[in-house]
Design a protein around this ligand. Structure first.
Ligand code: N01
Length: 881
């Protein structure tokens, strides 16, 4: 038989004698147990395999002193069975590892799961058999397993990472890894102990080790943020909340951002005084709850570097207050990552431990470890002899345990390690294209470690088992993600990672803790609730992004991208849809204005600038109000004349206040927002002529306004951008004023409605085609619409100031904006474009709501600075935001 045929038949031959099941689950921890239970209930034959000798997963292995959960136990529990919930009562707010292990054993017994678990059995390799449409798993103990579906429930933090320090093998004393702590008692009393690593494992174990050891030396490379757990009984208020309405509490957790039912915080840090912020922080410090302190201080703490720095400094202040030696306190104070970007730790007496006479901290940033020797640890500056070394050095997280089954061979002999050579690629964090019928529970690309794992695990297991049942019902035997869906998920992950600060820290979240590992934020940062809704959407849209096949049914390929919007735009549009608002055009002009005013009251307050002033200027036909935003830096500053959006009908000089403030801060320029006249009271060309007159007046009064005399700049959004560019045309034709540049954000440039974006984005993205019709009708009679003062695309474009034109993918105005930019370029005007993918018409003016709009505004600010001949703000601001 030719070699290829032998190879092709290898799985078939090996599967003879294999244990045959519908589904094989690798891992018997939180995820594996629940899967087994669900699979059985759904009528599948299933088996779980685990290299441990009992259930528990991560809680089986992590037995080091002080090991506890860091999500309150009332939340860190199964919720699928109310009877189970009432049958078990946790003894503490944060249960110890032995209690959690007992709980998992209790669950295994209650649902009689153990007899379907093969303990002490490591899966060594997995191969997809293309002919049989089955996986073959080989093991280090007993028969291989042939299964239709193969589910990795191996946990995110199960593969301890090697310590990467020379000489570990030379050490003659005892060596322990927190992630593989012995089952028998480890006696540390009277011994000289070293702990390497100050993540959660180190921080939990150090205080207890210090109590036993003769001397403890802690080797710290990166300081972590830690807060007191204040362990004890579960807090009465949380228990009451749960018991009042258990189902509602659990449901709220399922749809929350992190899997713990806290409300979404809406106050932003700059709205709160120092005293108010401190009060909130003290409350969070006293609460001893990670989910609380990460979500409940102020809305910008996790998404904005300035809002985050306020929390970080308050924690550092606490550290200084606890640790008596200032040098040690300084070393323990993290400065190299935002609070929460690396998982903060919950501790009991951690910082106070450094006040003990038998504890020494070695700051490896100042004296790196050179080697481990037979007798201890040698740094650049000292040699520390010890009897015991504890490695609390962490895990090859998220991917390590999956890749530990090696090789996992999918279609066409492709291995998972080659598919993931540049980092994990998944669809929904659940599946991998080319690896049919393989599922991962809390895999890379899912919320996993950024959420309450118990809630994430139930969501994943339910989703997978429900899909398997639905496939069986429909006669499908294979399911495989499409490449398109997977690539789009990678894009969505990248978009999401721009919303939070996780990308700014080198952590196990990003793979940075393992030398040579591909880097990138691995967990899904868009939040658990949004993730759940996406998974549901995949199903409701006919298994979007999956190919399904079966022997007796036609193949179903539903290729596509489940999320094309930016994650925060998706949330905003979802919220707007839920509000079930009447069409704005049905409200009449005054009704629509009232609506916009009301709507704007609910948005976050704009950020502080140096000074905000108000006054009157001369418009085309009388005085007009204006708002002036002055930067805090010394002037005089260049002036940007700004025109608000609102279809020539709505808004006023205040209505784009957060945008003007944000741009004023970013550019270091004065923004003057003009209250031009509106239709229907003042129809075309009132707004256009006011725009021109106001710009002239502002240019003439630049010095009085504290601005730099000389050319001004113009900017606007939507109809305001129409006025801005019309102003440029009029200024060129009427002999001034001089305009140095124009920023046009989603401009109206033409009265034609037949461009593709008017069809693609006619409804569903807030600014609708019908609303644009209405605006045009109110502003301008059909006969006037081709006038370049209404449709600047029809004007002469040569000789206009340089332009930066921003368009958004999901905006009816997209194509006329692009057309304008192209026409400007064709006319010889220097022009740059930002075509913002996944954004909608309002993305950039919804400051501090659409967080992913920040990078676009940075580019806008940079463009204005260049137009004005200013030094461009360095791009680090992008990372900082
Ligand atoms: O691991 P870590 P962990 N030389 O990666 C240091 C969960 N968990 O096991 O940051 C010197 O956080 C490393 O330094 P650096 C929780 O999600 C939960 O503590 O790479 N030092 C770091 O200080 C947690 O986040 C609980 O510079 C070296 C430490 O070792 C996750 O598990 C309890 C080094 C590793 O910290 C991981 O926590 C425990 C070297 N060669 C864990 N290599 C609960 O409370 C690494 N380090 C539920």
């Amino acid at each position: 038989m030719p070699e290829e045929m032998v190879a092709a038949r290898a799985p078939e031959m090996a599967s003879r004698g294999a244990q045959q099941v519908d589904v094989a689950v690798v891992g018997a921890g939180f995820a594996g147990l629940y899967l087994l239970h669900r699979l059985r209930k759904a009528g599948f034959t299933a088996i779980a395999l685990d290299s441990a000798n009992d259930v528990g997963g991560t809680w089986y292995w992590n037995r080091y002193p002080g090991a506890r959960c860091d999500i309150q136990t009332i939340d860190y529990s199964y919720t699928f069975d109310p009877e189970l919930e009432s049958a078990w009562t946790w003894s503490e707010k944060y249960a110890t590892q032995p209690e959690i292990l007992r709980y998992l054993g209790f669950v295994a017994d209650r649902y009689d799961l153990r007899h379907d678990i093969r303990f002490g059995t490591k899966v060594t390799a997995a191969t997809w058999d293309e002919t049989a449409d089955r996986w073959l798993l080989t093991t280090d103990n007993g028969a291989p397993v042939s299964c239709r579906h193969y589910i990795m429930a191996t946990g995110c933090l199960s593969a301890p990472k090697a310590p990467e320090i020379d000489g570990v093998k030379d050490f003659k004393g005892e060596v322990y890894f927190t992630g593989r702590w012995p089952h028998e008692e480890v006696k540390l009393a009277g011994k000289r102990v070293a702990v390497i690593g100050t993540g959660s494992s180190g921080i939990q174990s150090i205080p207890l080790i210090a109590e036993q050891a003769a001397h403890l030396t802690v080797f710290q490379r990166t300081a972590s943020f830690a807060l007191p757990a204040h362990n004890g009984p579960s807090p009465a208020d949380r228990v009451t909340l749960l018991e009042q309405d258990r189902a509602a509490y659990r449901e709220q957790a399922r749809w929350s951002l992190v899997g713990v039912p806290w409300p979404q915080q809406t106050d932003v840090s700059w709205q709160l005084s120092d005293a108010e912020r401190r009060e909130r922080f003290e409350k969070a410090w006293a609460a001893g709850d990670l989910a609380y302190i990460l979500t409940q201080l102020w809305a910008d703490q996790g998404v904005d570097i300035d809002g985050n720095a306020l929390v970080a400094e308050l924690v550092r202040e606490k550290i200084r207050g606890i640790v008596k030696d200032p040098e040690t306190a300084a070393a323990l104070s993290p400065h190299d990552h935002p609070f929460g970007a690396k998982r903060p730790c919950l501790d009991t007496n951690y910082y106070a431990t450094y006040n003990r006479p038998n504890v020494t901290l070695v700051n490896l940033r100042q004296e790196p470890i050179k080697a481990i020797t037979a007798s201890g640890i040698v740094t650049d500056k000292r040699s520390v002899d010890v009897d015991v070394i504890v490695f609390a050095t962490g895990f090859d997280a998220m991917t390590g345990a999956i890749m530990a089954v090696h090789p996992i061979t999918g279609r066409a002999g492709k291995s998972l390690s080659s598919a993931w050579a540049q980092g994990p690629q998944t669809y929904l964090g659940l599946t991998v294209a080319g690896f049919p019928n393989l599922f991962m529970i809390t895999g890379p690309g899912s919320p996993s470690v950024l959420s309450n794992m118990a809630v994430s695990i139930e969501q994943h297991a339910d989703w997978v088992v429900d899909r398997l049942a639905a496939m069986r019902e429909a006669g499908f035997t294979t399911i495989d993600a499409t490449e398109t869906a997977q690539a789009a998920w990678a894009q969505h992950m990248a978009d999401c990672s721009m919303m939070t600060l996780h990308r700014l820290a080198n952590t196990w979240y990003t793979g940075a803790n393992v030398p040579g590992k591909a880097q990138g934020v691995m967990p899904y940062t868009g939040g658990l609730g949004p993730y759940r809704s996406i998974c549901n959407e995949v199903v409701s849209r006919g298994m979007l992004g999956f190919k399904l096949t079966g022997p007796n049914v036609p193949e179903q390929v539903n290729d596509g991208e489940v999320v094309r919007l930016q994650p925060d735009v998706r949330l905003v549009l979802g919220m707007l849809a839920e509000m079930n608002l009447p069409p704005i055009e049905s409200l009449g002009a005054q009704g629509a204005r009232d609506f916009v005013n009301e709507f704007n009251k609910g948005r976050p307050a704009g950020r502080p600038v140096g000074e905000v002033g108000a006054g009157m200027l001369q418009g085309a036909d009388g005085p007009l109000p204006y708002r002036l935003y002055r930067p805090a830096t010394p002037g005089p500053h260049p002036i940007v004349v700004y025109f608000h959006g609102g279809g020539w009908v709505l808004g006023d000089e205040l209505s784009d206040d957060p945008f003007c403030r944000d741009m004023c801060r970013r550019t270091g320029m004065i923004f003057v927002s003009v209250g031009y006249r509106h239709a229907p009271e003042h129809r075309f060309p009132a707004a256009a002529e006011d725009g021109y007159a106001a710009t002239r007046w502002i240019a003439e009064h630049a010095a009085d306004l504290g601005g730099k005399p000389g050319p001004v700049l113009v900017a606007g959004w939507s109809a305001g951008a129409n006025i801005a560019t019309v102003t440029c045309q009029l200024a060129r034709d009427r002999g001034g004023p001089q305009i140095a540049g124009q920023l046009l954000v989603c401009p109206v440039t033409d009265c034609r409605f037949d461009r593709q974006s008017y069809t693609d984005n006619a409804v569903g993205y807030f600014l609708t085609r019908a609303l644009m019709f209405w605006f045009w009708d109110i502003y301008c009679s059909p006969a006037d619409r081709t006038d370049p003062r209404a449709s600047p695309l029809r004007g002469q474009l040569a000789g206009l100031p340089p332009a930066f034109v921003v368009t958004c993918e999901f905006d009816p105005l997209r194509d006329e904006g692009v057309a304008y930019a192209e026409a400007l370029a064709a006319a010889g005007v220097p022009v740059r474009q930002l075509q913002a993918g996944g954004h909608f018409h309002s993305s950039f003016v919804m400051v501090d709501v659409v967080i992913t709009g920040v990078s676009g505004r940075l580019q806008m600010a940079e463009a204005l600075q260049r137009f004005a001949g200013l030094q461009v703000t360095p791009p680090h601001a992008i990372a900082a935001e």
